[in-house]
Write a protein that binds this ligand. Structure first.
Ligand code: AMP
Length: 285
């Protein structure tokens, strides 16, 4: 595996890859890697000749500076995991490489209602930051495929919209959520959960499963109300639980309104904010 820290060096090397007409898969991450991230690398390896993972804790997508400060950073372990899984290139830039003074990064994307709900509503500026860093990485790397996790469902939807507007010749691939044995979605933030809170964190998965089993029996409003109660246990505080259209991300009042129904939630578990989701009705069925 090759490690690059500077944009110029990486681009010099990528020239050779391009000239060989090889397919390039990009997996952007913020590090503290776990099996969820590695599943994206594996999928990219199947579909491309060269896989590049980026590790950059992007300050512009954090709406709380304490969250940025506490974000786990494990660069040596990350590099070891990427080596073991057969990643070809690791790009681990300093902030000045991604945001050099004076560089203008496109920010005129129109996400409309997609960014007004859920994460967009509770984390002001978050998606502008995500669009900024993903746009910059796409400009630097120009991959053929971009791998993102369903774990961040709204993020994938917004990045797809951004890619359409940029007119990149790029395929955005959404990869399934990888979970712990008890159902908790893997997240770099999980290491910050206190043990007694971690033990009960599978309530989020159980609540999503409850929504899945009752989707044809109860209305979205009824499911939402039961879910918010189920998540309201000591040390936990649900921020939202929404049943939305998977294309527009707008809340549904009836499942008749959509063939793609997704439940999305954000829950405070102690001092850690967790997000999760589940496709309740899939458009492929
Ligand atoms: P992050 O480092 O949290 O920014 O995540 C980098 C990428 O990994 C994003 O596309 C995430 O959606 C994805 N990811 C994070 N956790 C998981 C998971 N449990 N399963 C699948 N993908 C994930």
């Amino acid at each position: 595996m090759l490690l690059f820290k500077h944009v110029k060096d990486l681009q010099w090397y990528l020239q050779f890859i391009r000239s060989g007409n090889r397919k390039l898969g990009l997996v952007p991450t913020m590090g503290a890697l776990h099996s969820g991230h590695l599943s994206l690398i594996r999928q990219s390896k199947v579909e491309n000749n060269v896989t590049i993972c980026t590790i950059f804790v992007n300050p512009t997508q954090f709406n709380e500076s304490s969250d940025l400060k506490k974000y786990p950073r494990t660069p040596n372990k990350d590099a070891q995991l990427l080596l073991e899984v057969g990643c070809d290139i690791l790009f681990m830039p300093l902030e000045t490489e991604i945001y050099p003074p004076g560089l203008k990064i496109r920010s005129d994307y129109a996400f409309g209602k997609l960014e007004k709900v859920m994460e967009g509503a509770f984390r002001p500026g978050h998606f502008a930051g995500v669009a900024q860093v993903v746009g910059r990485l796409l400009d630097i790397i120009t991959p053929d495929h971009l791998y993102m996790g369903q774990k961040d469902f709204q993020q994938v939807t917004i990045v797809q919209k951004m890619v359409q507007q940029r007119k990149d010749n790029l395929n955005v691939v959404m990869c399934p959520i990888i979970r712990e044995a008890d159902g908790l979605a893997m997240s770099s933030r999980n290491v910050r959960l206190q043990p007694e809170i971690r033990e009960r964190a599978s309530i989020i998965y159980q609540t999503l499963k409850m929504a899945e089993t009752s989707i044809y029996e109860k209305s979205p409003a009824q499911i939402k109300s039961v879910a918010l109660q189920s998540l309201d246990i000591p040390d936990f505080r649900p921020e939202y639980f929404e049943i939305v259209d998977g294309y527009t991300l707008q809340p549904l009042t009836s499942i008749e309104q959509s063939d793609y129904v997704v439940a999305c939630t954000a829950v405070w578990a102690g001092k850690v904010r967790l997000i999760d989701n589940m496709v309740l009705i899939s458009p492929h069925k």
